[in-house]
Design a protein around this ligand. Structure first.
Ligand SMILES: Cc1cc2nc3c(=O)[nH]c(=O)nc-3n(C[C@H](O)[C@H](O)[C@H](O)COP(=O)(O)OP(=O)(O)OC[C@H]3O[C@@H](n4cnc5c(N)ncnc54)[C@H](O)[C@@H]3O)c2cc1C
Ligand code: SF4
Length: 524
């Protein structure tokens, strides 16, 4: 009896359900680099390098643990360049009589797995991915029949379920569930901001960097310098380093943005967690231990744990609840093409230039840059949700559809009609000014709503409020916005509309081919 255990690029965990209970002597672990995955969108170069390098390192770890690994590289001439073709080929090559695999995290891959039994002619056992803390069925049961899907209610259940930051008598540590109101500060300038741990490329990573430069040199983003964690040991070091250096101030500064400071007090652990190098529970437990030792305040510990066991699990649940069809939700009927500066970074809008620039260099931007600069602009400019979703899927090193899509289509673009976000994350420049130092050296004046030097976020925001009145006025959390809108004179509203229209007309739409390969040659 030989079992093929296909292991996908984001399943790099030794305690994966498909490995547990299998015997290394009777099984072959199959790992494949395929163009189907590098090409369904034209990922940032760093993201491809990260995934391939982490896969190649993990293959070595598996071999060290006694597994037989059949690793098919991208340039192997026999490679059929798709998961199904490679599973079929492996079954034939190893004369295997069954396949055992953990479910793909993305709908696209999960549907492919359904076809493997027929294609390979052997039984295929598809196991639940129990690295997530909330099984999909449990989430669907939680969501069933609800009219209100607020993350906060789900999060409290997850705290109870995991026992994280709970007292012995079942109460939340610190006396409340959520300390967000303490988490809205901007750090003073000139602080010695912590930096995430960086890792020098070893020979395996250098080989991958050469491959990516040769094969994907025309994709978006900078390949080097490359310093991301690619092994579990490195990811554990990055976790320890974060807990010791940045976690204490994570809470109060988590919404802040400082020009030139890409990471501030964020963990930069999303890629390691999403690849499987770190388990979400062990990350949250490390934070809980730091709190128990008295090393970090409750607002930081709680704020961080909420992201990992709350938002991350909730987004995955909402993705599966709404798939298929999530990708084409467009509750606000937004149709504008994506402006080209999302790809080039060439704009005099400083907050956007900073955020796109670091995305291009690092394949990383933190949550508030994604939500309140890059997402906010697309939302108030009326960009097609699918176009901005494609952009987010391409450019971040942690982007997989199951987590990117609900964050973009749901949370950031309100295109699901408000299932995920209770109100649109739309704002004028005032929010960006309050939470960042971007506006100080911007050519636009954040206080102005009209005129050649007016901050574009201001007219665009009010234009968004006005043009979506039918859809949003009934939203209780928009009441203050519409109260202000109602106080504007007709002349002020006309000025807003003209200002917004002139600005939007001045934008150059992105050329085809950046995110998805089109008929012609790739753009870059
Ligand atoms: C428009 C938009 C798009 C996003 N796209 C992605 C994506 O493609 N992949 C992705 O992993 N995250 C995405 N996020 C969520 C979040 O921005 C990133 O997880 C975070 O910025 C990663 O950086 P970090 O590890 O430094 O996070 P930290 O700020 O240190 O947070 C700790 C951890 O919490 C988890 N987390 C925090 N917020 C979320 C969230 N909203 N959803 C899921 N997990 C969360 C991540 O695992 C993260 O590593 C997106 C958010 C927005 C608003
Ligand atoms: S003034 Fe407006 S455009 Fe300039 S950085 Fe501030 S918010 Fe962005």
């Amino acid at each position: 009896m030989t079992t093929i255990i296909p292991l996908l690029g984001d399943q790099l965990s030794l305690d994966l359900a498909s490995l547990r209970g299998a015997e290394p002597t009777d099984a072959v672990v199959l790992m494949v680099e395929v163009r189907e995955e590098t090409g369904y969108v034209r990922h940032h170069k760093k993201k491809i390098a990260l995934i391939f390098s982490a896969m190649r390192h993990f293959a070595e770890t598996l071999r060290g643990a006694g597994w037989t690994v059949d690793y098919v590289t991208l340039d192997d001439p026999a490679n059929r360049q798709g998961f199904t073709g490679e599973v079929v080929r492996a079954v034939e090559r190893h004369r295997a009589d069954r396949v055992r695999v953990v479910e793909g995290a993305e709908y696209r891959v999960r549907r492919m797995q359904d076809g493997w039994a027929a294609a390979a002619g052997v039984p295929v056992e598809i196991l639940a991915d129990d690295r997530f803390l909330c099984p999909i069925d449990d989430f669907l049961a939680w969501a069933k029949g609800r009219r209100d899907f607020r993350m906060e209610y789900f999060y409290r259940d997850m705290r109870r379920r995991t026992g994280l930051l709970m007292t012995a008598d079942g109460k939340p540590e610190g006396g409340q569930w959520n300390f967000d109101h303490d988490n809205r500060e901007v750090p003073p300038r000139g602080l010695n901001y912590p930096l995430p741990e960086r890792f020098e490329p070893d020979p395996i990573t250098r080989d991958v960097l050469a491959l990516v430069a040769a094969e994907f040199g025309d994709h978006f983003g900078d390949l080097e310098p490359f310093a991301l964690p690619v092994t579990r040991d490195q990811a554990l070091r990055a976790l320890d380093h974060f807990v010791a250096t940045a976690l204490p101030d994570f809470g109060r500064y988590e919404d802040a943005m400082i020009a030139g400071q890409e990471y501030l007090y964020h963990s930069v652990l999303s890629s390691s967690i999403n690849l499987g190098l770190l388990a979400p529970l062990e990350v949250a437990q490390a934070v809980e231990r730091a709190y128990a030792r008295g090393d970090v305040p409750i607002n930081s510990a709680e704020g961080f744990v909420r992201q990992v066991i709350g938002w991350r699990e909730y987004m995955r649940g909402m993705y599966w609840r709404d798939m298929p069809g999530f990708e084409s939700r467009n509750a606000l009927d937004a149709t504008r093409p994506l402006p080209d500066f999302y790809w080039t970074g060439e704009t005099d809008i400083r907050c956007l230039a900073e955020s796109v620039g670091q995305t291009k260099r690092e394949a990383y931007a933190h949550h508030i840059q994604r939500l309140m600069v890059l997402g906010n602009f697309a939302l108030i400019a009326g960009v097609d949700p699918r176009a901005i979703s494609d952009w987010f899927l391409v450019v971040y090193f942690d982007a997989y559809e199951w987590v990117e899509m609900p964050n973009v289509i749901g949370m950031s673009q309100f295109a699901d009609g408000g299932a995920i976000a209770s109100k649109p994350y739309a704002s004028t420049g005032a929010y960006i000014n309050r939470m960042s130092d971007y506006c100080g050296r911007c050519r636009y004046d954040v206080k102005k709503r009209a005129g050649p030097d007016a901050c574009p976020f201001n007219a665009l925001f009010w234009d968004f409020v006005g043009r979506n009145e039918d859809r949003l006025r009934g939203n209780g959390r928009m009441r203050n916005m519409y109260a202000t809108w109602d106080r504007f004179s007709d002349a002020a509203r006309a000025e807003i509309r003209e200002e917004a229209a002139a600005f939007l007309d001045s934008l150059t739409p992105a050329a085809d081919g950046w995110a998805r390969q089109t008929g012609g040659s790739p753009v870059r």
